[in-house]
Design a protein around this ligand. Structure first.
Ligand SMILES: O=C(CO)[C@H](O)[C@H](O)COP(=O)(O)O
Length: 244
């Protein structure tokens, strides 16, 4: 997706591509087109400015986090040291609500990412503006739940019933080419939940999901992100929150 952006000058875009972020947006600039991937890169490079020599960082998966990995690789080649203490995690997200709660796991790595990101002192989320939602589930896209393969149909039905009030549809994640189930890096399946309405109290929803036998983890990352970096057509927005 290409996003027309009247607020970056062509020369600023070139500077961005060299890893240095822009100054103030200018409304007098000649319009340039920033793709969704370029916005992801802007958010990722901004996050890497938080990395200091001596930190060990947790890095997530996905196309946004990949830009952070690439940038850190570049910096490492320029002599950034590392030490075995995890201070900072940087990762993308599928949805971000106004309170910095997230949906993650459309790439399928929710459990390991949640383990790392809950253990870090600081967790920076990097997204392009398409990921911002009024409430989790609000994009109409999947909210993933990792389930034990044994009796997965039973687990899927219990999940659907739990959120019947929100018009929930629960689908096993499969590969479109052969219909085989997607298997996570922990050997489990993913049941994707789709909602027609707001599910309401997220902590209550989280507790209810995790109480079901056969459920391993869900993709709601509640009260975990400490910094959100959003790259959009008007520039970069940074929001901070204390970690609980
Ligand atoms: O949670 C994830 C993987 O499990 C990803 O961080 C999330 O899907 C965002 O991916 P992208 O940056 O490619 O849009």
């Amino acid at each position: 997706m290409a996003i027309p952006c009247a607020h970056f000058m062509a020369s600023e875009k070139a500077v961005l591509e060299n890893g240095i972020l822009m100054g103030s947006p200018t409304s007098m600039a000649s319009p340039v087109i920033l793709s969704q991937d370029e916005l992801k890169k802007i958010a990722a490079y901004k996050a890497v400015e938080y990395v200091e020599s001596g930190m060990v960082i947790g890095l997530g998966t996905g196309s946004t986090a990949k830009h952070a990995v690439d940038r850190i690789g570049e910096l490492l080649r320029q002599d950034l040291d590392t030490y075995p203490v995890v201070d900072l995690a940087i990762d993308g997200a599928d949805e971000v609500d106004p309170f910095l709660n997230l949906v993650k796991g459309r790439g399928g790595s929710l459990l390991r990412e949640k383990m790392i990101e809950s253990a870090c002192k600081k967790f920076i989320v990097i997204v392009d503006e398409s990921k911002m939602v009024k409430y989790l589930g609000g994009s109409g896209l999947a909210m993933p739940v990792e389930v034990i393969p044994f009796c997965w149909k039973f687990s899927a039905e219990r999940l659907r019933k739990l959120f019947e009030y929100a018009g929930c549809v629960a689908k096993l994640r499969t590969f479109p080419e052969n219909g085989e189930p997607f298997v996570t890096d922990n050997g489990n399946y993913i049941v994707d939940l789709y909602f027609k309405k707001d599910i309401g109290d997220l902590n209550a929803a989280s507790d209810a999901i995790l109480r079901l036998p056969g459920i391993v983890e869900h993709g709601m990352f509640l009260d975990m992100a400490t910094t959100l970096i959003v790259a959009g057509e008007l520039g970069v927005t940074i929001k901070n929150k204390q970690k609980n």
